[in-house]
Ligand binder design. Structure first.
Ligand SMILES: O=C(O)C(=O)C[C@H](O)C(=O)CO
Ligand SMILES: [Zn+2]
Length: 280
């Protein structure tokens, strides 16, 4: 089989207070997203959010249904967001081919039966990072190129959090049921993402860290604002953030990450910001 999945159940904030490093990592860290000629998925019970990596090298890979969906095909009741963090590739949706270059994205609406991923070159493969959430309506499939995104500059070098945030799959760019996805790149010399930190109890979130240089790492902070924990992240790993948790990180160099979220509403800005001196 080219597709494999793992289920992660929800944890309460009370329970997480007593987790040691191993249990924290087992519950929230997603280590092996990209494996040659495989689709690796993690099905989180927070908002039934699926995160995955697709790495076609020698063959095309089909997004087949998985048992937890109990559905005849993957997108029967789901929508899908794809961002290519590798080289040139193609996603074919019910016979229509969409070429995705580095950092281009595709939104695939609910009801599409066949989704097939391929790379243009096996020596310089595409790497498709994917997020999928339950969907109640079928919206059109749409490619989002690097010129289509909404760009916001955040932070400053003085507070070590200068970064560029790009909104790819948000409802001002593409019609969606509940999925939101974007990419944030930390500027050289800065290290912090999402600082001041925030929570949004209406939505869970997953961060996928990439472009971390060899030999460097990102320390990701999670937990209730007054009860934080950390997880050391390596390149091309993701981390699940429960709705009650902050999600922020500081790297030993600059880096990028893809954020994806789902839940109650589509209001990107309705986060509850935590005052930095109040964090514990
Ligand atoms: O650097 C940031 O700030 C972010 O990228 C924040 C994420 O977009 C987020 O957490 C949205 O809720
Ligand atoms: Zn957030």
């Amino acid at each position: 089989m080219s597709i494999s999945y793992e289920s992660r159940y929800a944890s309460s904030p009370q329970g997480v207070k007593s987790y040691d490093t191993t249990q924290l990592r087992n519950e929230f860290l997603i280590e092996n997203l990209f494996e040659s000629d495989k689709i690796n998925l993690v099905y989180s019970h927070y908002d039934r959010f699926i995160s995955g990596g697709v790495l076609p090298i020698n063959k095309a890979l089909t997004l087949e249904t998985i048992d937890p969906l109990k559905a005849p095909y993957f997108l029967e009741r789901r929508e899908l967001g794809i961002i290519n963090v590798g080289q040139s590739g193609t996603v074919t949706v019910d016979g229509t081919a969409y070429n995705l270059e580095h950092k281009e994205a595709l939104y695939v609406g609910q009801g599409n039966k066949d989704v097939v991923f391929s790379s243009k070159s096996s020596s310089e493969p595409a790497m498709f990072y994917i997020n999928s959430t339950p969907a109640h309506k079928s919206y059109p499939t749409k490619k989002i190129g690097t010129d289509d995104v909404e760009v916001i500059e955040l932070g400053s070098p003085e507070t070590a959090n200068a970064r560029t945030l790009r909104k790819y799959i948000v409802n001002s760019v593409v019609d969606v049921c509940q999925l939101q996805m974007g990419m944030t790149s930390i500027k050289p010399g800065s290290s912090w993402n999402t600082m001041p930190a925030h929570v949004h109890d209406r939505r869970m979130e997953v961060y996928f860290y990439f472009e971390i240089p060899e030999g460097q790492s990102v320390c990701h902070f999670m937990g209730e604002p007054q009860e934080t924990r950390h997880i050391w992240m390596q390149n091309n790993q993701a981390v699940i953030s429960p709705p009650w948790s902050i999600h922020s990180g500081s790297g030993t160099s600059n880096y990028s990450f893809i954020w994806g979220m789902a839940g109650e509403n589509l209001d990107y800005g309705d986060m509850d910001v935590c005052k930095i001196p109040d964090l514990r």
